[in-house]
Design a protein around this ligand. Structure first.
Ligand code: GUN
Ligand code: FE
Length: 425
């Protein structure tokens, strides 16, 4: 006999930028497919509950959404989220690099991982793409403690980096080999950015990633000073004398492609966007990190999502912890809408780009990203919020995201229950 779980709630199911399906009296039917693992059979009306026999979870006065994908964050930067920020390169030198250097200590790293990944689940993030420090044991700690579907990589830092973190090319390449050996294509090749990773090492990693059908993740065009610096470095490097743009640098080391995630992409020319589209490279937009310093961001600039969409470049949302100050994707969604002040920057779009679009970019949308049939029962039950007869999804999402816009640390408390593969965790 099949075993069912019947979850009652006000279900919001993201389908696209402009479509969120809303079931005010919803019933989500989950079916056990393996030991303690459940997939979605259907979403219907609660009045149909008598047709099914199963374990009932009554959240009928609560909003339910699929769990989040945070498509760009640094798990080793939990301690710099709220450090003084004035510009990217200064913040990296002053706070971020010294903090990441602490992960050399194995006891410290293990303790931080336990703490961080517990909190990540609590805020409802059950998938995404994650940067670790240069240290191999820190990567092990991340894989050991994360719950959900993540690709993770240790950053590669072979130049323009502090003594406490810098690797030789051979050391960096060896971490790539070991990463693939241990974690197969859950391992993401992660050149920190072209400033800190030399072209030979990048090329080596990128080629391995392609062979393994694995992901590549890095940073691109986040900040004007960063762009000037990177072009300055590469113009003086053999083979790169004629490079015109930051995007060209990654292209020349075989870094662009359908399995490449580039964080930020704020200051890109039309030519660069065309190249990203042609290679099917994705951009991960991190609004809370890019926000002005008085909003606790790095003041990197405003991401032009309309331009990016016009060029047909795929993009999803990320927190960029610690560039971004808070873990919750609700905070990221709110920041995206508030910064853009455009009728096209909706909460519905923000939810889609924090869930299903992440799954699409990771190539797992057949089983992840929303609550359609045959996908895993990965969902969040939110804390109580008023809903009304004539509510539409956009209004409800706005109410949820607005609630803590002036006390942002409280976004962490919006998620009451988390289900991973149908199991309450
Ligand atoms: N560019 C290179 N490294 C980093 C980092 O750790 N955070 C951000 N936001 N940008 C970067
Ligand atoms: Fe980042």
């Amino acid at each position: 006999m099949t075993q069912l779980r019947l979850i009652l709630g006000k279900i919001l199911n993201p389908i696209s930028d402009s479509s969120i399906k809303y079931y005010p009296d919803g019933l989500l039917v989950l079916e056990k497919v393996k030991a303690e693992e459940y997939k979605v059979v259907k979403i219907t009306r609660s009045s149909e509950i008598n047709k099914y026999k199963g374990e009932i979870f009554d959240f009928s006065d609560r909003v339910i959404i699929p769990s989040f994908f945070d498509m760009h964050f640094h798990w080793v930067q939990d301690d710099v989220r709220q450090m003084p920020k004035d510009s990217l390169l200064d913040w990296l030198d002053k706070y971020t690099f010294p903090t990441e250097a602490k992960f050399k200590n194995k006891t410290f790293s293990r303790k931080e991982a336990k703490h961080f990944f517990k909190r990540l689940v609590k805020v409802g993030t059950l998938g995404g793409a994650c940067f670790s420090s240069v240290h191999e044991h820190a990567l092990d700690d991340a894989f050991e403690n994360c719950i959900g579907d993540f690709v993770i990589g240790n950053v590669l830092m072979t130049m323009n980096s502090p003594k406490s973190l810098i690797q030789t090319k051979d050391e960096a390449k060896k971490t790539v080999d070991n990463g693939f050996k241990k974690y197969k294509n859950k391992y993401a090749v992660t050149p920190r950015f072209a400033i800190a990773t030399d072209p030979e090492t990048m090329k080596y990693g990128h080629e391995k990633a392609r062979k393994r059908k694995a992901f590549i993740q890095s940073h691109l065009s986040e900040n004007k000073a960063e762009i000037e610096f990177v072009l300055d470095i590469y113009k003086n490097m053999k083979g790169f004398e004629r490079v015109e743009t930051y995007t060209d640098i990654y292209d020349q080391v075989n870094g662009l492609g359908p399995q490449t995630l580039m964080a930020h992409g704020i200051h890109l020319s039309s030519k660069e966007l065309t190249k990203l589209a042609r290679t099917k490279t994705s951009i991960i937009h991190c609004p809370t990190s890019n926000a002005p310093t008085k909003k606790l961001g790095l003041g990197s600039g405003l991401f032009d999502f309309k331009q990016v969409e016009k060029h047909k470049v795929r993009w999803a949302l990320g927190s960029d912890i610690g560039g971004g100050p808070y873990l919750s994707m609700f905070d990221v969604m709110q920041s995206f809408v508030a910064q853009n002040n455009s009728k096209d920057a909706t909460y519905s779009k923000a939810l889609f780009r924090s869930t299903l679009m992440g799954a699409k970019i990771l190539g797992i949308e057949k089983t992840h990203g929303n609550l359609q049939r045959n996908k895993w029962g990965n969902l969040l039950v939110l804390s109580k919020i008023k809903t009304y007869q004539d509510d539409c999804p956009e209004k409800i999402l706005k109410r949820i995201c607005h609630k803590y816009r002036n006390s942002r640390e409280k976004y962490d408390t919006l998620v009451e229950n988390v289900f991973y593969k149908g199991k309450m965790i």
